[in-house]
Design a protein around this ligand. Sequence first.
Ligand code: PHE
Length: 338
Amino acid sequence: MGTKINEIDEIKLELKRDLRDSFSSDSVDQLNTKYLGKQGKINTLFKTLPVKTDPKIGRQINELKNLIQEMLSAKLTETMGDEQHSIDVTIPGTEIPRGSLHLVTQAIEEIETIFLRLGFVRRRYPEVETDWYYAEGLNIPKEHPARDDQETFYVGDNTVLTAHTSNGQLREMELKKSPPIKMINIGKTYRRQIDASHTPMFHQFEGLVIDKEINITNLLGVTEYFAKSYFGQDRRTRLRPHHFQFTEPSFEIDVTCGVCQGTGVIHKIPCKVCKSGWLELGGAGMVHPNVLRNGGLNPDECTGFAFGWGVERVLMMKSNLPDLRLIYSDDIRFLKQF
Ligand code: PHE
């Protein structure tokens, strides 16, 4: 009788150890077979009982069997709970949305790259500027309409938010002190305006080239190079006479329309985008002698050309955007396309 009692105690101890070491429902299943299966420890105990045995022993084995059943089922519940909460590395993760550069930033980078290839230096000059750099020094007298506060944001009597990037011309001349000068100033500009093709804040890129014998053909070459690089090799450009205070002569530059290929008609119907075959790129001209002087240079020794074109404008011309304001909307469906 004593040996059977010992065996019961040993089984209890072994079970304790086995339970401590099992962490999955599969291993609990195996313990079930080990202790309660046909060939399991409990059955073996019963089978090996001598014919004449104290009924107490039989009862104790039955109690042990019940105990094992209870403990195994408790362990099974525990391991199954753990398995439900554990990490399944095969489930696809939550996708974190990817950001991208804003389309204006992309355009600025593209424009910059084109001019860097021609040997220009990229600059950024103040967007809050004094009257001298913004107007007076650029040959714009006090009564000139460009100073009209309907157009310009004044932040003080003598200070404005720049309505063009041309202030960079004087600043670059002062910085370099002598030719050659070849800069592209890309920055923010501000005007009191808002409609489908104007926003109160927009960007301009201002080119300035000054050297000993710079002439209009140099301006034409750079303009053509830019138009073909940015819009496509099939585009052409032209100059139209215009007026700016800080250039003489002054021009507006046009680029052939990409929709009608510069013909102005599509299947005998006038082109809706340009009407004439040409789209306006922006202003340009030969730097006015007064401006050279105001920048500390001698107009008898050097000449130069300048141009100031809109980043959003070229972007619209290239992508055929219907409304400029879309660019500054926070509609992610629109922005995601770029
Ligand atoms: N500053 C002019 C504008 O904003 C553009 C321009 C720049 C014209 C340089 C001539 C030379 O429209």
